[in-house]
Design a binder for this molecule. Structure first.
Ligand code: WT7
Length: 650
């Protein structure tokens, strides 16, 4: 057995103190799938309901009738559950510890303070005409105001749509238009790694685009006091508006199935999809997974180093931890600034017990050597977690040994924007760990492996990962487009949810996620649709055709490799390559910037005109020995040219 197939058995003392040990996991898991109503009725008690639900599960995955409802006659308010109900016991406990990009800046916000600010902002939003069912777009830095804005929407039944602050004005505009937001909340600038990003300028630019005249008000958080333009009547300072509002704001009772938020994510085709998450099922699932997967106990300082612009930030910076009355640490910066020891120093400074981060962050640190952790002790850590992409065993071992001092189990959590919360993951007191393996399904989750025809595969096998039945945290639909929801997730294989991921199940029944099997890239844990990048490129005047594939990248997991066919009269120069990279960067955002562009005089196409991406992926990865059958290509000779001119050569 090689070092990388090592097993890390559950620590006995952790098994004794954890919420869930191996026996309890087996028992509860069995109940959760055999009798979901009983299991979830019991779990629903962890929330405070205005009306406790009678009906628990009412779901159908049949493609002609995809209809998912949980707790459908229950009523509750999400902000009440994240704030008000904690005030009596934990009013003075920190709810949010904010650690600035600059290591000399941090702020502590207690539950009482957060409750007050959220109530004021909720009143301010109401005064701007925002109420139940209205959407609000958030384009924010990693500052406490982002969490306040989310919770303020929840308090009055408005639906937030957080757009990652790294997206371009056009990407932002598209999401504002699709969600028809009348209010946008932003900041003058965000700060990451010592650099400013002009958020307000980006909003200004976005609001010149067609269809964005739905926006009536822009609330601006003053983060840097950097110079910005101001449009009277539309733009208002966040603090002025909030300070002026009353802090008495009743939380509106919402139906469990009322939407809590929309979050846009990329798919293999078309524009980003706005996934719709609900108030009851989502919050319950976020709270339960946060407590059990990280074995969170009262008093633990918990840190999820994601951005609120992604689902990880929604479920595991804001909703899960706050529903559980935890102290959640919010970090504005990047792990490598001002030096590579920053993560460890933050852990020591705030006594972090639980650290949840991404494989890409770990690999970025690992490249600088173990000594970067010498500047911290990290003795407060108890449990570690990763998310976003498969973690290679080397990075797992490094995280375990160097960051966790070989004491802390790592929860490799597999899930998606669509799933709302963790789906396949170890539990600290219950699951033996295998580096690189997401291991076992969470309560209520029934994974299965199917072949390309949809046949169930049993035992040790590999294939396509599907989920057989619904869980409460699941997205219910795509905003304004239920048909697309059905098409994307429930029509590939009848009657089951298709994840888009491939996986292997080993002899012990543990799941190893092998990555996307559709045309979706995972770059540093960020999801990118190849189709989006391609349509950006073909909009450039010089480009006739573009094909985008991923290739293995040491730190980012996947890099972006682009094949471009230019229009006949265009000269293929290095300057043009640079210009095209900048074009995509500006059009979508920095995370979509191509790593390589290769000129392709022709694309490998089938006789029916379909680009054979399988071949392009192999050439990009420099795996040209295994190209397979190219005889079905319309013009097999284009392949030789592409191989000849590939970027990565051994
Ligand atoms: C895709 C979902 C879930 C929050 C972050 C990303 C990949 C996620 C893992 C993991 C292997 C993983 C999958 C998935 N992924 N976690 N632990 N092991 N792959 O959310 O942007 O919706 O992306 O990320 O490919 O489908 P997302």
């Amino acid at each position: 057995m090689s070092e990388h197939q090592r097993l890390y058995p559950v620590d006995a003392s952790l098994a004794a103190s954890a919420w869930v040990d191996a026996d309890r996991y087996r028992e509860l898991y069995r109940q959760s799938v055999e009798d979901p109503d009983t299991f979830w009725r019991e779990q629903a008690k962890r929330l405070d309901w205005d009306r406790f639900p009678d009906t628990i599960k009412n779901t159908s995955f049949a493609s002609r009738n995809v209809d998912i409802r949980w707790f459908e006659d229950g009523e509750l308010n999400v902000a009440y559950n994240c704030l008000d109900r904690h005030l009596e016991r934990r009013g003075d406990q920190p709810a949010i510890i904010w650690e600035g990009d600059d290591p000399d800046q941090h702020k502590i916000i207690t539950y009482r303070e957060l409750h007050q600010r959220v109530s004021q902002l909720a009143n301010a939003l109401s005064a701007l005409g925002i109420g139940k069912g209205d959407t609000v777009t958030l384009y924010m830095p990693m500052v406490p105001e982002a969490a306040m804005a989310m919770l303020a929407c929840a308090r009055i039944g408005a639906v937030h749509s957080v757009v990652f602050g790294g997206f371009s004005p056009d990407a932002l505009a598209g999401r504002i238009v699709d969600s028809r937001s009348r209010v946008v909340i932003t900041a003058d600038e965000s700060v990451r790694g010592g650099k400013q990003v002009p958020l307000k300028d980006n909003v200004d630019a976005a609001l010149t685009r067609e269809g964005t005249d739905v926006v009536e008000t822009v609330l601006v958080v003053k983060r840097t006091s950097g110079e910005i333009e101001w449009q009277d009547g539309r733009d208002r300072w966040f603090d002025e508006v909030v300070d002026a509002a009353s802090s008495e704001c009743p939380a509106v009772a919402m139906n469990a199935e009322d939407p809590l938020f929309i979050l846009y994510t990329s798919g293999s085709t078309g524009t980003p999809k706005g996934l719709k998450h609900t108030s009851g099922g989502y919050l319950l699932y976020a709270a339960l997974t946060h407590e059990t997967v990280f074995d969170y106990h009262p008093g633990d300082v918990y840190w999820c180093a994601a951005d609120v612009g992604w689902i990880t930030g929604h479920s595991y910076i804001v909703y899960g931890p706050l529903a559980n009355g935890a102290t959640t640490l919010m970090f504005e910066g990047v792990p490598t600034y001002p030096d590579h020891g920053r993560i460890g120093k933050i852990v020591d400074k705030h006594n972090v017990a639980i650290l949840y981060t991404s494989p890409t962050a770990i690999r970025a640190l690992m490249a600088h050597g173990e000594h970067i952790m010498d500047s911290s002790q990290r003795d407060s850590l108890k449990v570690l977690g990763t998310v976003g992409e498969p973690i290679n065993p080397e990075a797992w071992e490094w995280f375990y040994r160097v960051v966790g001092n070989s004491r802390c189990p790592i929860m490799d959590t597999w899930w998606q924007t669509e799933t709302g919360g963790h789906m396949i993951t170890p539990l600290p007191g219950a699951t033996d760990l295998k580096p690189g393996c997401a291991t076992q399904p969470f309560f209520g989750v029934q994974p299965a492996v199917v072949d390309n025809d949809g046949h169930r595969l049993e035992g040790a096998t590999d294939g396509n990962l599907v989920i057989l039945d619904s869980w409460p945290g699941q997205a219910r639909s795509i905003w304004n487009n239920h048909e697309r929801f059905v098409q994307t997730y429930f029509s590939t294989y009848e009657g089951v949810y298709f994840t888009g991921d491939g996986c292997r199940r080993d002899e012990q029944g543990d799941y190893w996620i092998t990555g996307r099997i559709d045309d979706v890239l995972n770059v540093s844990g960020h999801r990118m649709g190849t189709a989006e990048i391609e349509s950006s490129l073909v909009a450039h005047e010089s480009v006739a055709e573009a094909a985008v594939v991923g290739y293995p990248h040491d730190i980012k997991g996947q890099g972006i490799y682009v094949y471009v066919t230019l229009n006949d009269d265009v000269e293929p120069t290095d300057e043009l390559k640079q210009a095209l990279k900048q074009w995509v960067r500006k059009d979508i955002g920095p995370i979509a910037t191509p790593d390589f562009i290769q000129w392709a005089p022709g694309m490998p196409k089938t006789r029916s005109g379909k680009i054979m991406r399988r071949i392009l992926r192999k050439i990009a990865a420099n795996e040209t020995d295994g190209l397979g059958d190219t005889s079905t290509l319309a013009d097999p000779s284009v392949v030789e040219d592409l191989i000849e001119n590939r970027h990565i050569k051994s």
